[in-house]
Design a protein around this ligand. Structure first.
Ligand SMILES: [Zn+2]
Length: 608
């Protein structure tokens, strides 16, 4: 009993250990609830208003200041309250800015403080907000605003304890110019005032899951708990593409326990969104590039939905534990795909993931290949590699194969239930794994190289491989066609899924000449493909082969789409030759104003 108590205390200490990406002092005092009151000003590209944080002092502590994270915020006034309703002005200080972390805001606290209130406005270049003018949207009529708070950008629009180790509930009043509509990662209510909306979230979340979007957006329901928000011209198409959302939600619930967030809706953003998707609770933000017309790219929705368990419900306590969010989510994503679309689809995704991981491991330093990674002094946005995702997935797959699926699913379900609405570290997970699985089964503990998985680079030997027979066939056709044994028009592409197409293209030799690309293009019109995943892969090959007919499409693609996953490899390929470099610079000059700062930040570095 005593030993258990010591263990629990040790783990608690671990769970609140200092997050190197936050200045805040949650070891002394924590935000419990946040009240936002913000006005959206598109002309000034600014949010202004105030935020009130309800605080809880950690037992045994008597803090004299509250330290909050901020980045480029204009702090107008700070107030404190000892009864939660009467506020008086408090001294505050904004520290010098650090280029990764921003500036610490220090507010002097009275004894028995209950709440602080901060009056402020954001700056137009807030890293967590993107302000789009009408011609950057799908319908080109109204401006659009969206937030992207992960990893450490919430601090650029709300002064807060911006660490995934602190969770709070929130309410908000948001004022927007009519006829625009706001959505948040929260329950939404209209008010009697034109342009004023109220939001509330009863479940505690970390700051990186705070989200806001404003635009001419409309809603179309899918199931009883699910629906789509999007611009008028996009909403019906998206609702059709994602019509299986309710089924997917039921699939996860049947395996890993109830969905704890009420509704699950998806907001389709304009094409400049830098990521595939962002798992904001109740409201996934998604790129329009997954609207392929044939549901072939819905794995993105499966992924973001899975985060409702792994990430949003049980959250990495620091960005060093990122694999606890992403590896678990990739595992859940493939289990959803298997349940809704069959084993073959899940196998294809897993094999493609493994290939991508092995390719990137070859170019990464050993210390970047660890699941549990030291990120001190590193911007967490720069740690978005395949390791937390695909190596994390393989960790869980290995355990599943050794323990058996039934036992492993019960284990995972137990993990989510026992750590719901908590922020967890890698040591906490390891302790749970030992207690619930490994300590009960010596053979399993022996067969599973835990230490190597967590703390060593690369992949352990003899881990399970997923083999997709369908992809094997696609690779066979790649060999046959590139070796002139099969004609382009004889490829069985009518039966191919997106995954088989991708695998076929990636299995072709790197040095394919432009004449061969022309042959493929003439037969199958890849340059005109409406599937962005296939198109991005094809354009990269076209650049490598200097296949001129694809260049106009490449230019339009790079100018109209800002998803980093697609545009980065294309610039990379262009920059390899002097003439390509010229072209890259000319295109980037036109494309950059439309990119999100996360994407332009990456491309700026490459262009140096
Ligand atoms: Zn994810």
């Amino acid at each position: 009993m005593l030993l258990n108590l010591i263990l629990v205390l040790l783990l608690l200490q671990q769970s609140v250990r200092h997050d190197p990406h936050s200045y805040s002092n949650p070891q002394q005092i924590r935000i419990e609830h946040t009240d936002l009151n913000l006005k959206v000003d598109f002309d000034k590209k600014q949010l202004h208003g105030h935020v009130t944080h309800k605080l809880k002092t950690v037992e045994g502590q008597s803090p004299t200041e509250l330290v909050l994270d901020t980045r480029r915020l204009n702090i107008e006034r700070c107030e404190v309250s000892t009864d939660g309703s009467n506020f008086t002005t408090a001294k505050h200080q904004l520290d010098k800015e650090d280029h990764i972390l921003g500036s610490a805001l220090r507010i002097a606290l009275p004894q028995n403080v209950q709440s602080v209130r901060i009056y402020y406005h954001t700056s137009p270049e807030a890293s967590g907000l993107q302000w789009l003018n009408p011609n950057q949207t799908a319908d080109k009529k109204h401006p659009f605003l969206f937030s992207q708070s992960q990893a450490i950008h919430a601090r650029s629009w709300i002064p807060t304890q911006d660490t995934p180790g602190v969770r709070f509930t929130y309410d908000a009043f948001i004022d927007v110019p009519a006829p625009l509509q706001p959505v948040m990662s929260a329950d939404r209510h209209e008010t009697k005032m034109l342009g004023r909306y109220r939001f509330n979230l009863e479940q505690p979340i970390p700051a990186y899951l705070l989200a806001l979007a404003v635009g001419d957006i409309h809603f179309q329901p899918i199931g009883k708990r699910t629906g789509i928000w999007a611009e008028p011209s996009v909403v019906a198409k998206a609702a059709k593409e994602f019509e299986d959302m309710e089924l997917m939600l039921e699939a996860v619930e049947s395996m890993y326990g109830p969905y704890r967030w009420g509704r699950y809706d998806v907001l389709i953003l304009p094409p400049s969104f830098p990521f595939g998707g962002m798992e904001n609770p109740r409201m996934t933000f998604a790129t329009p590039t997954v609207l392929a017309g044939d549901k072939s790219l819905v794995s993105l929705i499966a992924h973001e939905m899975a985060h409702s368990w792994s990430g949003n419900l049980v959250t990495n306590a620091t960005w060093s534990d990122f694999w606890l969010n992403e590896g678990f989510t990739v595992y859940l994503e493939r289990r959803i795909l298997e349940k809704v679309y069959g084993k073959e689809r899940a196998e294809m995704e897993a094999q493609i993931g493994r290939n991508i991981l092995e390719k990137s491991l070859k170019t990464m330093k050993p210390k970047e290949q660890l699941l549990y990674i030291d990120l001190k002094g590193i911007d967490p946005d720069d740690n978005v590699t395949d390791v937390p995702y695909e190596k994390g997935f393989l960790f869980l797959l290995h355990l599943e194969k050794l323990a058996g699926r039934e036992r492993f699913d019960a284990f995972l379900k137990g993990w989510f239930a026992s750590h719901a609405f908590q922020s967890v570290t890698t040591p906490i997970f390891v302790a749970y794994l030992k207690k619930e699985l490994l300590d009960k089964d010596a053979a399993l503990a022996n067969a599973f190289p835990l230490e190597e998985w967590i703390n060593k680079p690369g992949l352990p030997k003899d881990i399970p491989t997923v083999v997709s027979p369908a992809l094997g066939k696609a690779a066979g056709f790649a060999k046959g066609w590139s070796g002139n044994a099969v004609l382009a028009q004889d490829l069985p592409v009518k039966k191919w899924s997106t995954q088989e197409w991708l695998y076929f293209l990636r299995s072709l030799p790197e040095s394919l000449p432009a004449s061969k690309l022309k042959e493929l293009d003439d037969a199958h019109h890849l340059t005109q493909s409406g599937n962005n995943e296939i198109l991005a892969q094809w354009l990269e090959m076209a650049i490598r082969a200097n296949y001129e007919p694809a260049y106009p499409r490449m230019e339009t693609f790079l100018i109209s789409i800002g998803r980093r996953l697609y545009v980065k490899p294309l610039y990379e390929a262009l920059l390899k030759t002097p003439s390509g470099k010229e072209r890259a610079k000319a295109i980037y000059a036109k494309a950059r104003p439309g990119y999100h700062s996360i994407t332009s930040g990456t491309i700026d570095e490459m262009m140096k």
